[in-house]
Design a protein around this ligand. Sequence first.
Ligand code: URP
Ligand code: ZN
Ligand code: ZN
Ligand code: ZN
Length: 483
Amino acid sequence: MSTVIKGGTIVTHDLTYKADVLIEGGKIAAIGPSLSGAEVLDATGCYIMPGGIDPHTHLEMPFMGTYSTDNFESGTRAALAGGTTMVIDFALPAPGQGLLDALDMWHNKSGRAHCDYSYHMAITWWGEKVFDDMAKVVDKGITSFKHFLAYKGALMVNDDELYSSFQRVHDLGAIAMVHAENGDVVAEMSARLLAEGNTGPEAHAYSRPTQVEGEATNRAIMIADMAGAPLYVVHTSCEESHEAIRRARQQGKRVWGEPLIQHLTLDESEYFNPDWDHAARRVMSPPFRNKMHQDSLWAGLSAGSLSVVATDHCAFSTEQKRFGVGDFTKIPNGTGGLEDRMPMLWTYGVNTGRITMNEFVATTSTNAAKIFGMYPRKGAVAVGSDADLVVWDPEKEKVITAGAQQSAIDYNVFEGKSVKGLPRFTLSRGHVAVHDGEMRSQEGHGKFVAREPNGAVNRALSQWKELTAPRPVKRSGIPASGV
Ligand code: URP
Ligand code: ZN
Ligand code: ZN
Ligand code: ZN
């Protein structure tokens, strides 16, 4: 069956123009004036954009003694409701577990997905088996490897492991990713805060100041440079980390930064709310920051020094958050945001003039597709691309409330916020998953997307020099032979 989207304005990361879009067999078959098809979607007054790609989610993730509540069913339903048509989740091997086993586990969970998905592979331990498995994982279309510098005693890797893995990433033509917080320092600060009787959720923020993120970001960038691996820094939340990314990019390094919609729009005052539940529901790592850091992140989006807006969707119920009553270190870390990322970024970014519509498309979809090796199959409005599209109504408004959300948790960190700019239709490979605000998505419709290696090298500056420098002279006092 063919579908035509009529009367709208196409907005891509670089173009804005009026045209109809014809969809056949789940792909974009034609773009142009006066197209016709069996099913007609009226896009009058709307923008036709690539569906959102959220490259940072944790669905049904085993973490801190529990599992994140949104799974591939509720999580991807929430994604589509908010205009996001693809997620990249993290496959997380247990210590000692092979990467292919972890991948099987994630494939078993994702069969219920309503929209397309892929995975990054986390490197949670190091050994010959991991080294060998990494190549097999790349062959299966998983071309990005995540490393945690935080969560000491659980997911954290040390610098020797990080350097080994980054070198392997380089050799495989893949991308390294890093959660950049200094886990050793966080563990020390947390222990001291607890010993001093600071047990509440606000101590979570005290235990993870911006310096721990700035230090780890700088360290990861330098180690990636030495190993020659391109580096994607997840949940960049502060100026210290952004500054390191900016500097690296100016130096020609392949480094990308990813602010979250939560850090852009919510600040640290949330942790000082006298309601324990309110504060604990917002406990995530890194924590929310002050306005100065928020301004830095917004500036990074318009300047291009930060590339992707994600959610790190890792949703825990209030009941789960209460595991940490009396000890903030036991509050499961994570917040939701999949359904609200695009309406919130449009409202606080496009409607305020901080970013343009084209920058909105770049940072919610196209940049992630390019960085993670699936452009223009995803992230594009182009003939031959998957018909993952959102028909965006800039006049449509709502107040965000947990009662009306798709996510399975019992609250929403954006509760009470008014948004203007929402999907009229969301299409997942041509299937109309959201129709005038009504959910018509199908459980199991989502498919795994195998990705290509990015192809970008991050050749260390020293290596470029080696290629061009004159042959070295021995410094022993005796001239090197032949010189
Ligand atoms: O607090 C967070 N961000 N939880 C999810 C896991 C991670 O660190 O990304
Ligand atoms: Zn993280
Ligand atoms: Zn995460
Ligand atoms: Zn379908």
